[in-house]
Design a binder for this molecule. Structure first.
Ligand code: SF4
Length: 159
C-alpha cells in the first residue's frame, strides 16, 4: 500500500468517526495536550502517524522537538493551539478529555480501531507508538512523490 492510499484511508476513518452519533464537545481547551500533567500520551498507529506527518509537512513543519513542559510537541507555544487540529490523531478525538464528554466507549469505535490496526499492519507498522516517537519516525520517512498532501485537511490550522 502506498503512502497516499494509507493517508486517505486514515482520513476516511476520521470522517467516519465524525459521523458517529456520540455526543462530544471538544472546545479546544487543550488540557488533553498536556501529557505531563495528565499522565496520558496519545498512541498512534503507523497510518495515523503518516497522516499526521503529512499534515505537518503541509504546514511547513518537518521535524518536531520535545517540549520542556511535557506538553504535546504539536501544541504551539505562542497560540496555545494544536498545529494540525483538523488532522489530529484518533486518540485526540476519542480519549482523554473529560470536559469534552470523556473517552469513547470501545464498542462505539472498535470497528474504526480495527481498521487503523489493519492499516498499521498493511504499511509495515509494529503497533501503536506514543505520539512523539510515532511522529519522529514518520517525519523521517522519505516523502512519497504524489498525492500525499492533498489528502490532509486544508483547514488544519490552529487549535
Ligand atoms: S496532536 Fe494536537 S490535539 Fe492531539 S495532543 Fe497534540 S496538540 Fe493536542
Amino acid at each position: 500500500m502506498g503512502d497516499a492510499e494509507a493517508i486517505a484511508e486514515v482520513a476516511s476513518v476520521y470522517a467516519e468517526l465524525e459521523k458517529r452519533p456520540v455526543e462530544r464537545s471538544c472546545t479546544r481547551l487543550t488540557e488533553c495536550c498536556q501529557f505531563k500533567l495528565t499522565g496520558k500520551t496519545p498512541y498512534l498507529t503507523a497510518g495515523e502517524a503518516m497522516h499526521t506527518a503529512a499534515a505537518l509537512r503541509a504546514a511547513g513543519v518537518h521535524r518536531i522537538s520535545e517540549k520542556k513542559d511535557g506538553s504535546c510537541p504539536l501544541l504551539q507555544s505562542e497560540s496555545g493551539r494544536c498545529l494540525i487540529y483538523e488532522d489530529r490523531p484518533f486518540s485526540c478525538r476519542t480519549h482523554f478529555c473529560q470536559a469534552a464528554g470523556g473517552p469513547y466507549a470501545r464498542r462505539e469505535v472498535v470497528d474504526l480501531i480495527r481498521k487503523l490496526e489493519d492499516l498499521d499492519y498493511a504499511v509495515g507498522g509494529c503497533g501503536a507508538q506514543s505520539l512523539p516517537a510515532a511522529l519522529k519516525e514518520a517525519l523521517e520517512r522519505p516523502v512519497a512523490k504524489h498525492g500525499v498532501r492533498a489528502t490532509v485537511s486544508p483547514r488544519s490550522r490552529g487549535r
